[in-house]
Design a protein. Structure first.
Ligand code: FHN
Length: 607
């Protein structure tokens, strides 16, 4: 997995961040700011040019990763001086939830001594589960480094009796076992650092110098991680950044030191467009589908990321497999968390669940790796994934009558078989446009039996038809939309789901409607627009009519507002196509589109 270059060690040029706490002079800090910091930023060890498409390739293929939240909070295990973190809340936030003074938390952190930690075992668990990448919390919000940092003595090697560097050991075990090694780094939040974001119970917010934290701790630590642990698959930033400029600086560091390393979207401010290489859903967010940017969803195995002795609300292996298929069938990656205990033991329910997932993956991973989003809609019996001319039907609920209906597929189905029984061909019939697959009497796997359909080409389906309830408006959103050109369905943690990136008349959004109530419809549009979009024109066409509109800026970030437009008339019941697009070519995004509503007005007739 080597990318064929070595990265320079930064150890020799850095000064412990804690030095300021123990009274090293300000002059020295200024020296380091001026000399040491730019050094890393200016060195590009490879001068390697990597395209976005090359960088994301492995991520698109690998689909399934292991997330590890592990730190001093694991020692507390959800309890501080008799107070418990309620089940359902994140145990790794214990320092913030109970406003534990940084000095006391630091004392507690001396106890971390994971004598049961075996990097090889953790990596083997990931591997046998079918996970292809592994991301460990190198520093979470509590500010403690789980690796040997020269920037701050507040790290597992210098601060605890353990004296070993788990990030080093994991990176080596990953490389040995063909797993992509990745790090999580909380770049903005730091409850230990007087200048970091988040701890206002110890440190006066008005006295904080956030830039100093960025320059003296956050960026140097990122450089260490990128310099000392070999090629990283990705850096997983969290909680966003205060300004796009700061986010760009972090991106720049990663690009300079490891041009192949991916950067997740949380590197940037949540109020801005995607920065980094792919977007992360909300924590435990389940996708609604249709997204046209690369994405991943981080998920827990119980209800916390860091270990809690109280939380026994474990997901089952079935839950994990079904979630994975749901996510991957909608085009995303699944980053599944384990929260090891302080001594390095992985809780046994997690291990048992992952083992069963691994058994399923061993037999069925062809239906996961290298697949893409399925155009087939969700089915009552399960979900689907796609690779080339093959559709993988993931049957979660086995049909009682032995016949599996696959509606909506426009292709010819040439052959069908269970993935784990390729020699036994299944009969296919076509009834009213629905393919029916004759199944064996019993599922081959109780959790998910995969049926492979060989098609005559890549799967084709009709666009979704939006129907209307009695007197109810048509709600035309991103989910039922078909886009052309640059118009892109996307997610932003603050901006939620919307369509953006459309700038000219080739970039359109279209819906197919089945109108059952004829008459006049009031059109309303909901969007968010920045100042650059002021006075841009758009045009909506429907049923031979055309309605124009002018974009009104709604403010910075994502501030969605609804605007009334003209009415249109559907004179006959039946199928209509509604389309919206920019009326001219612009050099900026038209708007962040969320919804077009068509509400029936006045007396009307149901046909
Ligand atoms: O605050 C963190 C949380 O502790 C955990 O690390 C998750 C993982 O996605 N991210 C943050 C919240 O979004």
């Amino acid at each position: 997995m080597s990318h064929g270059y070595t990265v320079p060690t930064m150890h020799s040029i850095q000064q412990p961040r804690d030095a300021r706490r123990v009274g090293i002079t300000v002059a020295l800090c200024i020296f380091w700011l001026k000399v040491a910091v730019p050094l890393g930023a200016q060195s590009n060890p490879t001068q390697e040019q990597v395209t976005d498409a090359e960088r994301i390739e492995w991520f698109k293929h690998d689909k399934f990763g292991m997330f590890i939240h592990w730190g001093p909070y694991s020692y507390l295990a959800g309890e501080w001086k008799g107070k418990q973190i309620p089940v359902g809340t994140e145990a790794e936030w214990i320092m913030q939830r109970f406003n534990i003074p940084a000095a006391e938390y630091r004392e507690m952190a001396h106890n971390l001594n994971p004598t049961q930690f075996r990097a090889e075992e953790w990596v083997n668990l990931a591997k046998s589960t079918g996970m292809k990448y592994l991301a460990i919390t190198a520093k979470h919000h509590d500010g403690f480094a789980m690796y040997h940092s020269q920037v701050s003595k507040y790290n597992i090697v210098d601060w605890t009796p353990f004296k070993r560097d788990p990030v080093q050991e994991l990176s080596e075990a990953c490389r040995k076992n063909g797993i992509r090694f990745c790090v999580y780094y909380s770049h903005r939040e730091d409850w230990d650092d007087p200048d970091g974001y988040g701890n206002n119970w110890d440190f006066d917010r008005s006295k904080k110098n956030f830039n100093r934290y960025l320059e003296e701790k956050s960026k140097p630590q990122l450089r260490e991680l990128l310099s000392n642990y070999g090629p990283l698959g990705l850096v997983w930033f969290d909680r966003g950044m205060d300004t796009p400029e700061h986010a760009r600086q972090f991106i720049e560091i990663v690009r300079q030191l490891q041009p192949r390393c991916l950067i997740n979207g949380r590197v940037g401010s949540y109020g801005e467009d995607l920065m980094g290489d792919y977007q992360d859903m909300n924590d435990n967010g389940m996708p609604t589908g249709g997204l046209q940017e690369y994405w991943e969803t981080p998920q827990t195995l119980n209800t916390t990321w860091g270990y809690s002795k109280f939380d026994q609300q474990w997901k089952t292996s079935g839950d994990v497999i079904h979630r994975m298929v749901e996510i991957i069938g909608k085009g995303g990656n699944y980053l599944l968390n384990i929260g090891p205990m302080a001594d390095g033991t992985i809780p046994s329910p997690s291990v048992a669940t992952l083992r069963r997932v691994g058994m399923w993956m061993q037999a069925n991973s062809e239906s996961i790796y290298g697949t893409s989003a399925s155009p087939l809609p969700e089915q009552p019996w399960g979900r689907s994934t796609v690779k080339g001319d093959k559709v993988y039907l993931h049957v979660f609920s086995w049909p009682g009558d032995g016949s599996l209906p696959v509606p909506g597929l426009k292709n010819e189905v040439i052959a069908a078989h269970a993935l784990t029984a390729p020699s036994r061909k299944l009969e296919i019939s076509l009834v009213n446009g629905t393919s029916l697959i004759a199944l064996p009497a019993k599922p081959l796997d109780d959790l998910d039996t995969v049926i492979v359909l060989q098609l005559d080409g890549p799967p084709k389906v009709d666009p979704p038809i939006v129907t209307q309830g009695s007197d109810a408006p048509f709600e035309l959103d991103y989910l039922s939309a078909v886009t052309t050109g640059k118009a892109t369905k996307r997610f932003n943690r603050e901006g939620k789901f919307h369509i953006a990136k459309w700038t000219n008349t080739q970039d359109s959004i279209t819906w197919h409607l089945l109108v059952s109530q004829v008459g006049e419809y009031q059109m309303r549009i909901r969007y968010s627009a920045r100042q650059e979009s002021k006075d841009a024109k758009f045009v909506i066409t429907a049923g031979g009519q055309s309605v124009g509109g002018t974009v009104v800026p709604t403010g910075e970030g994502y501030q969605y507002k609804t605007f009334d437009l003209d009415t249109i008339k559907f004179s006959n019941a039946g199928r209509y196509v509604v389309q919206i697009k920019p009326a001219a070519d612009y050099d900026h995004n038209l708007m962040y589109f969320q919804l077009l509503e068509l509400a029936p007005v006045g007396p009307r007739m149901v046909e």
